[in-house]
Design a protein around this ligand. Sequence first.
Ligand code: FE2
Length: 326
Amino acid sequence: MIVLGIESSAHTLGAGIVEDGKVLSNEKIMYPIGTAGIIPAKAAEQHASNAGAVISEALAKAGLSSKELEGVGYTMGPGLGPCLRVGQLMAKTVAARLGIPIAPVNHALAHIEITRHLAGIEDPVVLYVSGGNSQILGFDEEPFKHYHVYGETFDIGVGNMLDSFAREAKLNPAWGSSVAKLAEGGKYFMMPYTVKGMDFTFTGLLTHSIKMLQSRSAKDVAFSMQETAFAMLCEATERALLLKKKKNVLLSGGVAQSARLKEMLSLMAEAHGCKVYTAPNDLNADNGAMIALVAEKMIKAGQQARIGECTIDQRYRVDRAMVGWK
Ligand code: FE2
């Protein structure tokens, strides 16, 4: 089955095509973050003006015509309302014009499932880390097939913390990879560390780090903040791994691109004879192929939707999304 997936939940407008689980193309056009972060209305405006171009590029890269598409999926949520709306309208237009099935996809589930699909593993502990979310999850059959959230951030996502710090430190672009670059060679000093069981918080760490920019070198602050945040994630993931008696850790989402987080998580997992799996960076970042992959699984499992029922939900939690194919 050939399926087009459209991702538009934040700064990335992505169109990807998969055929029976194989990625044929994965094109994206990004809204420039600069030092100001994402302005939702402006990002949505840019997504709308690139809507046709990104789908044409995805089709051209895959060597297909639009008539060969057999299904379409889009990000239903979570995400920024104006941005989600663009992807929803693009997918509904494609589905109506071609008369093909449509599937509204949970963004977090797409990150998790593309990583699990590539790794070829069945039942991992998942650390899902992105701008808007940070969660530790595992598959559960009751009361329906879904990813159960064992623990999560009580306030902001770790990516949001890194991006907010990057803006305060005037880094350009203001996101996590700029913080990682600044942190190289930094020295550690004590920071607020908050883990409660398998839950955690990041706003105290962010507030303290921003305050410390006035008295310590930005390099040392970036290093100490990043080490502390990642150590918190590793501690909570380790607890889930042992309590739930799992053998593998899946690291997914935008912040999974961090080499240091991968390294720290691998050290923790190896100490328990476990392995960490993550996707290549272009598939960890927001992209259309992960939406196409889950849309294909949903359609094959009978989880397609009527065009008139295709909505968006800015707060669509991953534990509400049915995983009928597992
Ligand atoms: Fe994402």
